[in-house]
Design a protein around this ligand. Structure first.
Ligand SMILES: Cc1ncc(COP(=O)(O)O)c(C=O)c1O
Ligand SMILES: [Zn+2]
Length: 358
């Protein structure tokens, strides 16, 4: 049976005996431990239920995103995560988190986020008949706020991220606090990306992944690790993680200040100054001999235009992987490179129009 487990202090509890967004004993991020079985049937996220702690209950088409392969100086494997139901890979984790909330009998769902996760949680709350309340800073992107409202989410505006966090904690006493930057269901959701890539017959040499809270990165690595442990693959991709020059906690922890010019405000999805799983990110990066690439707004704008030339309508945060690839293209010659394209540009038409006109 699946269990909550704290890798730091050893706390353990049956998964459905109670909900913990962090370890109730020592406050660390929790893991979910279970016996994965490679048994596939059906489509989308539920296809890999044997590799998840429980199956998603109501599918609205999450997962099973296209893998577009483009032969260039490397083989580029673009995983179109922006084609998920709410326009980002977050739907994989939200599908599991909201299944959990529904099965556990919660009625209200609360979260502090300004971006894609808020939209994703609101959509899945609606599907499961739960009431979402999203706490976010007043200056969050207007297009994303509108979509949350359209989907029936109640937005509580705050003066800062810190205030959003404080208020959501108060509200979490009688609601399901998703806490996506802590919640291991978002890692497990993202692990299905790797299962899908494997089933397309691809085991990339490298994976270039944008890192905010690290859920996507840790998920992709966990997926390939699980396939490796099950004896299905013989190598694990070398990770290349991407951070912005304005917010680079992983880079800072490993190498200190960077001294580069510019800002990376456009990459709002990876502006997470204190990711709760920083230690795990560093461990995974070092274990697989990966590296970090930092990007700025000017580079992101160019990359975004180029991705749209390819036909990929993504948001600026997603274009960071293309920027990173171009910086080390020569080193990656002849290799197979996984590039997840994480979020849809259709939520940010005004911002994209501005970038395209510049
Ligand atoms: C479009 C997009 N890409 C990448 C990320 C980074 O994902 P993670 O927080 O799992 O590292 C986010 C997070 O919000 C996002 O919205
Ligand atoms: Zn603990």
């Amino acid at each position: 049976m699946a269990k909550w487990v704290c890798p730091r202090c050893g706390f353990s509890a049956d998964l459905f005996s109670g909900y913990y967004w962090k370890c109730p004993r020592c406050g660390s991020p929790l893991d979910i431990v279970f016996e994965p079985v490679y048994r596939v049937s059906g489509s989308g996220l539920s296809r890999h239920s044997g590799l998840l702690p429980f199956p998603p209950l109501k599918s609205i088409g999450e997962g099973g995103t296209p893998l577009v392969v483009i032969d260039s100086s490397s083989r580029l494997l673009f995983k179109l995560e922006y084609l998920n139901p709410s326009g980002s890979f977050k739907d994989r984790g939200s599908s599991l988190a909201l299944t959990y909330a529904y099965r556990s009998g919660f009625k209200r769902v609360v979260e502090d986020t300004s971006g894609n996760t808020g939209i994703s949680i609101t959509l899945y709350s609606r599907v499961y008949g739960l009431e979402p309340v999203i706490y976010m800073p007043r200056d969050a992107p207007p297009g994303k706020k509108k979509l949350i409202r359209l989907l029936g989410g109640r937005i509580v505006e705050t003066n800062s991220r810190g205030e959003a966090m404080k208020k959501v904690l108060e509200a979490s006493r009688n609601a399901f606090y998703v806490a996506h930057t802590w919640n291991p269901l978002y890692i497990l959701g993202a692990s299905t990306i790797s299962y899908e890539v494997y089933e397309e017959g691809e085991i990339p040499d490298y994976a270039i992944v944008p890192v905010g809270s690290g859920g996507l990165f840790l998920g992709i690595m966990r997926g390939f690790e699980t396939l490796y442990k099950l004896g299905l693959i013989k190598k694990i991709p070398v990770p290349i993680i991407v951070e912005g020059v304005s917010s680079y906690p992983v880079y800072k922890a490993l190498h200190g200040e960077h001294g580069l010019k510019g800002t990376s405000r456009l990459a709002d999805g990876i502006m997470v100054p204190e990711p709760p799983r920083l230690d795990d990110i560093i461990i995974a990066l070092e274990k697989y001999h990966g590296r970090i690439i930092l990007v700025n707004d000017e580079e992101i704008k160019t990359a975004l235009r180029e991705l749209i030339d390819y036909g990929f309508i993504v948001e600026p945060t997603s274009a960071t992987v293309w920027t990173a690839y171009k910086k080390i293209r020569d080193e990656l010659r002849g290799k197979d490179i996984l590039l997840p394209l994480t979020g849809s540009g259709l939520k940010m038409i005004e911002e994209l129009l501005k970038i395209m006109r510049e």
